[in-house]
Design a protein around this ligand. Structure first.
Ligand code: NAD
Length: 250
């Protein structure tokens, strides 16, 4: 397989979807740029991969900052001459009922989960257009497909990611660039641990509500993202991939 250059954002969390994806892609032989706000953790993750003999570089990046995207893209281009893949994974979950949602929390939710995807796509598309090739995978959620009480701001961000991705996919489909979304159900990461921190019965209740009766693992999402970035997915664009143990099939 030809080695590709792929950027994965939000890749610092050891049990997170970003690092699982970065590790899987690096083990497939690709050169991975792991980015995150958390400088120590992202360097630790990249160094872990290099310890396995893999090609991994850490970059500190706030995905809501346009200048940080320019710096990242310039660095990757200078290092490798190309950008074959982008995984817009970084995200936060502001889980509050709408009536209790402060404006600052709404803005932060939309900035980190939705504006970041716009900035990331805008930053890499000129490089991919010049190459006439590239693939982008944007992390949405089951909350970007169906309503879930208490997630309105998160759902607005993830629903936005879903339709923005389809629109971009149409804009660049004839240029050899593919854009798809992945919609995880409940995957046991730090984000979920925080979400149920105040509810001791939360873990069992969530498992019981899932048709497969258990949460997903980060690698379940990583496999789907790796497939969508691969040449095996060369005819797939503007599509949404649900990975949720049957949650939204009910
Ligand atoms: P996580 O909280 O474990 O990791 C998220 C990472 O994003 C962290 O390393 C964090 O430092 C980073 N990050 C946050 N804000 C950032 C910013 N402004 N700039 C750069 N990095 C930033 O989360 P996760 O569960 O691995 O989720 C990854 C993605 O998958 C998110 O977009 C999330 O919404 C989505 N998702 C997760 C689940 C789930 O069940 N875990 C379900 C549906 C969707």
């Amino acid at each position: 397989m030809t080695q590709k250059t792929i950027i994965v954002t939000g890749a610092a969390s050891e049990a997170g979807l970003g690092f699982a994806t970065a590790r899987m892609l690096a083990r497939e032989g690709h050169a991975i740029y792991l980015t995150d706000l958390d400088s120590d953790a992202v360097e630790a993750r990249a160094s872990e991969l290099r310890g396995e003999g893999l090609t991994a570089t850490a970059m500190v990046q706030d995905v809501t900052d346009a200048a940080a995207w320019t710096e990242l893209v310039d660095t990757v281009k200078k290092d490798t001459g190309r950008i074959d893949g982008l995984v817009n994974n970084a995200g936060i979950a502001v889980l509050r009922y709408m009536a209790d949602l402060e404006e600052a929390s709404w803005d932060k939710q939309i900035d980190v989960n939705l504006k970041s995807v716009y900035l990331g796509c805008r930053a890499v598309l000129p490089v991919m257009e010049a190459q006439e090739a590239g693939a982008i995978v944007n992390l949405s959620s089951v909350a970007g497909l169906v309503g879930i009480a208490g997630t309105a701001a998160y759902a607005a961000s993830k629903g936005g990611v879903r339709l923005m991705s389809k629109s971009i996919a149409l804009e660049v489909a004839a240029k050899g660039i593919r854009v798809n979304t992945v919609h995880p159900g409940v995957i046991w990461t730090d984000m979920q641990k925080v979400a149920i921190a105040d509810n001791p019965d939360g873990y069992d209740a969530i498992n019981a509500a899932i048709p497969m009766k258990h949460m997903g693992e980060p690698d379940d999402i990583a496999h789907t993202i790796a497939f969508l970035l691969s040449d095996g997915a060369k005819y797939i664009t503007g599509a949404e991939f649900v990975v949720d143990g049957g949650l939204t099939a009910q």
